[in-house]
Structure formats: structure tokens, C-alpha cells
Design a protein around this ligand. Structure first.
Ligand SMILES: NC(=O)c1ccc[n+]([C@@H]2O[C@H](COP(=O)([O-])OP(=O)(O)OC[C@H]3O[C@@H](n4cnc5c(N)ncnc54)[C@H](OP(=O)(O)O)[C@@H]3O)[C@@H](O)[C@H]2O)c1
Length: 270
């Protein structure tokens, strides 16, 4: 399928590894120019170099930015540097790392505040800063789209992941409200909800559960795999393919959607 990109430019947050990097890779393979950001300047620069090598794109088609998405000044500077370099922005992917595990008695108020900053407030800040650029693209007759990475926990809370369950629900509310408001301007807003997908985050999650419960890591992972209809853990590529389609002009009549990419782990009808 020709996704009809038309020289698209993207800002992908939390992209030195994992799902953000996989989306940036797919977009670069599609010929888009991509700005990637993360907190660690060495990791994000390494990601830039490896993306250029893996995709064969031009060396100036991937831009690396050091930016902590919980820091408003960082976000402002990174988004505007990306737009300056590329002459505008069409696509925004909001993303960051995931919060720690824990249930009500394990978590301090500081844990709650940090998790909401990391996964909810950062999404709002990235969107607010990118919006003028997306609007300018749209007014110039180009496609403009926002995609927010959340989690299957937004549809089906995960027992050990209170922080994620709560923060992601907030993002879903923000995305749905925004899709309604920006629809009249022709800007699409969607969320994508990963299920268990093999990344660094998944490794940390199994290690942390192992520490808390003593359960062997293989058993934890086997449990995750068997919770999905497809009986396996997903790959970054599978996730990135779905995300890339949702961002593309060919998905232009899809907005306000929460797409679960989880191999059938969420059991609700809709
Ligand atoms: N993988 C799964 O199975 C799964 C399932 C459900 C939900 N999710 C959610 O999907 C999101 C991405 O997951 P992932 O598996 O790709 O995680 P990951 O492998 O841990 O990657 C997270 C990325 O975000 C960056 N990052 C972390 N904190 C940041 C911050 N404050 N500012 C900017 N960048 C930041 C990290 O880079 P630096 O360290 O260089 O900053 C890294 O590039 C997370 O929110 C995760 O909870 C993942």
C-alpha cells in the first residue's frame, strides 16, 4: 500500500530504544524525516546513527535531540528545533518510559506524581508544543496527525501496575477530547495501546516482578504470552507497522480511536 506520505516530518518522543525507536525506524524506511528524542544524549545519538545505517536514509533525515519529556523547557526547545530543521512538522508521537510496578501500599505520593508527570503531563506538554506546527502543516494542505502511545492497561488494568493503569486512562481522556476538537481542522488524534512487546521495558518489568514475587522470569513471560489469544509476546516491528499506518495519510478518516496491538490479550468485545 502506498501510504502517500508527501515529504512528511515527524517528532517521536522516547525513541532511543523500544517502541518509539521502532516507529522512528519504520517512518524513516517510509521516507519520512524524523526527529527522535530521549533523556540520554549518548543513547539518542547512538539511535540516530543506527537508524541511518539500518534504513539507508540520508544522514540529515534523522535528527537526535536530548529532551526529558517531563521538563517543559526541554520539550519546548526540542519541538521547535525539530520544526526549524525540517521546515515544519506533520506528525507527533508522544511516548516515554513506563512507571514502576506497585499496588496501593507500595506507592508514595511522590511515585504517583512522578508517574503522572511521566506518562500523562508529558503527553499534554508534547501535544501543546507541537500543535502550532501541526496546524501550520494542515493549513498548508498537508496531513497532520498525533499518535499517543499508552498501554493495554488503559483498557484492562494490570494488577501490579496501578501507576500505569491510572496515568494511561488520563491520556485516553485527553486524546478523545482532542480528537473531537481538532477534527474540524482535519487533524487526526489516535492512541495505540501496546500489549506485552519485547523491549527493554518488558525486561525491567519481569525483573521487578521476579524481585517482588520470587516467580522465575521465564514463568512470568510465559504467563504474559499465554494471556494473549496468539499465545506469544509481540515484536517492536509488529507494533511499529500498526502505528505507522495510523499516522499516515491513508488513515485520514480514523480519529479518536484506541487501537490495541496486543495479540488479543484484552478480552472485552469492543
Ligand atoms: N513494551 C511493552 O510490553 C509495553 C506494554 C505496554 C505499555 N508499554 C509502554 O509503552 C511505552 C514505551 O515502552 P518501551 O517498551 O518502548 O519502553 P523502553 O524500552 O523502556 O523505552 C523507553 C524510551 O523512552 C525514553 N525515555 C524514558 N523516559 C523518558 C523521559 N522522561 N523523557 C524522554 N525520553 C524518555 C528512553 O530513553 P532514555 O533512557 O535514553 O531517556 C527509551 O528510549 C512505555 O510508556 C511503556 O510503559 C510498553
Amino acid at each position: 500500500m502506498d501510504l502517500r506520505w508527501n515529504n512528511a516530518t515527524a517528532f517521536v518522543a522516547g525513541a532511543s530504544s523500544g517502541l518509539g525507536r521502532a516507529i522512528a525506524r519504520e517512518l524513516a524506511l517510509e521516507g519520512c524525516r524524523v526527529a527522535i528524542c530521549s533523556r540520554n544524549s549518548e543513547r539518542i545519538e547512538a539511535a540516530r546513527r543506527s537508524l541511518i545505517e539500518e534504513t539507508g536514509c540520508a544522514s540529515d533525515a534523522v535528527m537526535a535531540l536530548t529532551c526529558d519529556v517531563t521538563n517543559e523547557a526541554d520539550v519546548q526547545a526540542a519541538v521547535s528545533a525539530a520544526s526549524d530543521r525540517f521546515g515544519g512538522l506533520n506528525l507527533l508521537v508522544t511516548n516515554a518510559g513506563g512507571p514502576p510496578t506497585g499496588q496501593i501500599d507500595d506507592l508514595s505520593m511522590e511515585d504517583w506524581r512522578q508517574a503522572l508527570e511521566l506518562n500523562l503531563v508529558s503527553t499534554i506538554s508534547l501535544t501543546r508544543n507541537a500543535l502550532p506546527h501541526l496546524r501550520a502543516s494542515r493549513q498548508a494542505g498537508k496531513h497532520a496527525s498525533v499518535l499517543m502511545i499508552t498501554s493495554l492497561s488503559a483498557k484492562q488494568p494490570v494488577p501490579s501496575l496501578y501507576l500505569s493503569n491510572v496515568a494511561r486512562a488520563g491520556v485516553q481522556g485527553f486524546a478523545k477530547s482532542l480528537s473531537e476538537e481538532l477534527g474540524a481542522e482535519g487533524i487526526t488524534v489516535n492512541t495505540i495501546l501496546p500489549g506485552y512487546t519485547r523491549t527493554d521495558r518488558l525486561q525491567h518489568l519481569s525483573a521487578s516482578l521476579h524481585e517482588r514475587t520470587g516467580m522465575p522470569i521465564e514463568e512470568i513471560e510465559a504467563g504474559w504470552a499465554s494471556s494473549s489469544a496468539l499465545k506469544r509476546i509481540g515484536t517492536e516491528d509488529e507494533f511499529a507497522a500498526a502505528a505507522t499506518f495510523l499516522l499516515s495519510p491513508r488513515a485520514g478518516f480514523i480519529t479518536g480511536v484506541a487501537l490495541v496491538v496486543d495479540g488479543g490479550a484484552v478480552k472485552s468485545l469492543l
